[in-house]
Design a protein around this ligand. Structure first.
Ligand code: BES
Ligand code: MN
Ligand code: ZN
Length: 499
């Protein structure tokens, strides 16, 4: 989609005007109303259009204007509007235009008489554009026979704003981040016959190396040599060998601290010998959403030249049942030296992550680690699809992440850690077991397992994204399907706290 910012827009199919609460048209709307001899005001009156947030009204074939449609979009109360509201409005406009088969639109957004409080009009226009692009994502590479009239029509949006240069600069920054979001969505959407540990690692290399990121891939041999017995155990049941990929980006100075982001990348989770039921198992193709988010985040940070030192680490494995798969009751030794009794091979995410977390700390000595994982079904029971679960050993870090999430509309809800749950994973036969055996506090049990692999002094947060990685319905700035949850959140977290 082509986005432009102009003071005078090129010819387009639709003219989009905006109105605040009470049906007050902005400048562009007033102009169009005059041109059409009062058609906008008449339509607003006839349809009781009050300018409520995201309320829309369409006038087809207006007399006095060259456009096929005039669209009036409600903004609600100007002083309440935030970045995420404008993203939502951008998405709403695009879907309305697609439904009308429009190829292009002019969005008239001059700030005169518009009393925004949380952002200025250029930022608002840039956010609308970002929302339009984010909501237009499609994974359609395998649709070879899709009829043309099913394809989205919108190709170009031009925003007429007070300061086109300013708005364009803001949007260009947002657009780099959107490239990262799209990369993550492509990875999460890709099918497990095509995306498996080795091909995932290849994509990371081809996307990130050109941006100056140092990418290193460890295969089964190195995983064994380093003593990562937990990652090995999960990977050994698959014909496709596991990989551990590190992505180093040095945008800060030598003495700046290092932040690590660690992602769960189970390219398909059958459950292994503790096999999952068949119904719905296809969802487990996106059990690598944490690793995909780390990849997209590293892309975004490197592409915008973020002034920080960040390392992404992803553990990639396919969890399969086979003659070589690990069994419930196996005891393995993790890289940390701690022995793990595997009682359920379907609790595999924590197994691959414990070695990735340990490796990240040993190798890069970070002050902060944030891991992302589609770790537990239990987090969906607790928080549904509106929040990701957040666990942390540091209140400040938890607060920083929560605020960043609110800013971008990727919300986190902090859940507690408790010594009783730590005790619940003591094993009589090994240092730790990978499930508690009960159904209580399932997400916290997973978090406590990971916590045992965090070294003293390291600030750590775990984001359980099982409920938010894949949207079952269209949402603000994300259509049905892969959300790329975490990319925008962590980009904001880095920008607000480390740059
Ligand atoms: N990948 C799943 C968690 C999951 C479930 C993600 C639904 C997305 C949607 C994870 O590996 C898993 O199987 N977890 C088990 C843990 C249990 C065995 C302790 C679960 O949640 O049932
Ligand atoms: Mn599992
Ligand atoms: Zn899993």
């Amino acid at each position: 989609m082509k986005i432009s910012f102009d003071s005078k827009a090129p010819k387009s199919d639709a003219f989009v005007a905006f109105a605040t609460e009470g049906g007050k048209l902005l400048e562009g709307g007033k102009w169009a109303d005059k041109k059409t001899n009062g058609a906008l005001k008449r339509a607003m009156e006839a349809e009781s259009f009050e300018g409520k947030k995201a309320q829309t009204l369409v006038i087809a074939g207006p007399e006095g204007l060259p456009h096929r449609h005039v669209v009036i979009v409600g903004l609600g109360k100007a002083e309440d509007l935030k970045e995420t509201d404008f993203e939502k409005i951008g998405g709403t406009v695009v879907s309305l235009l697609n439904a009308r088969k429009a190829a292009s639109a002019e969005l008239s957004f001059s700030s005169e008489g518009l009393a925004l409080k949380h952002l200025d009009a250029n930022e608002a226009a840039s956010s609308m554009a970002a929302g339009a692009v984010l909501s237009s994502y499609r994974f359609d590479k395998y649709l070879t026979k899709e009829p043309k009239d099913k394809k989205p029509t919108v190709k170009a949006l031009s925003f007429t704003v007070d300061h086109p240069q300013k708005a364009k600069k803001l949007f260009d920054e947002a657009d780099t981040l959107i490239d990262g979001v799209y990369l993550t969505r492509d990875l999460v959407s890709e099918t497990p016959n095509i995306l498996y540990p080795a091909s995932f690692a290849d994509i990371i290399k081809s996307e990130l190396v050109p941006l100056g990121v140092k990418v290193k891939t460890l295969g089964m041999k190195e995983i064994q040599k380093l003593g990562m017995g937990a990652l090995e155990a999960v990977g050994q049941g698959s014909a496709r060998e596991p990989k551990l990929v590190t992505m180093e980006y040095h945008g800060g100075s030598k003495k700046d601290k290092t932040i690590c982001f660690v992602g769960k990348g189970v390219t398909f989770d059958t459950g292994g010998i503790s096999l999952k039921p068949g119904a719905g198992m296809e969802d487990m193709k996106w059990d690598m959403a944490g690793a995909a988010a780390v990849t997209g985040l590293m892309y975004a940070l490197a592409a915008r030249g973020a002034k920080v030192n960040v390392v992404g680490v992803v553990a990639l494995a396919e969890n399969m049942p086979s003659g070589n798969a690990c069994r419930p009751s196996d005891i393995v030794t993790s890289m940390s030296g701690q022995t793990i009794e595997i009682l359920n091979t379907d609790a595999e995410g924590r197994l691959i992550l414990c070695d990735a977390l340990w490796y990240a700390q040993e190798e890069f000595k970070p002050t902060h680690i944030v891991d992302l994982a589609t770790l537990t079904g239990a987090v969906i029971i607790a928080l549904g699809h509106e929040y990701a679960g957040l666990f942390s050993n540091d209140d400040g870090l938890a607060q920083q992440l929560t605020l960043a999430g609110q800013g971008v509309g990727e919300e986190l809800w902090r859940l507690p850690l408790n010594d009783a749950w730590d005790k619940a994973i003591d094993s009589p036969a090994a240092d730790i077991k990978n499930i508690s055996g009960g159904r209580d506090a399932g997400s916290a049990i997973g978090a406590h397992f990971l916590k045992r692999f965090i070294q003293p002094g390291v600030k750590w947060a775990h984001l359980d994204i099982a409920g938010v990685a894949w949207n079952n319905k269209d949402r603000t700035a994300a259509p049905k399907g892969a959300s790329a949850f975490g990319v925008r959140l962590l980009d904001r977290f880095v920008a607000e706290n480390f740059e």
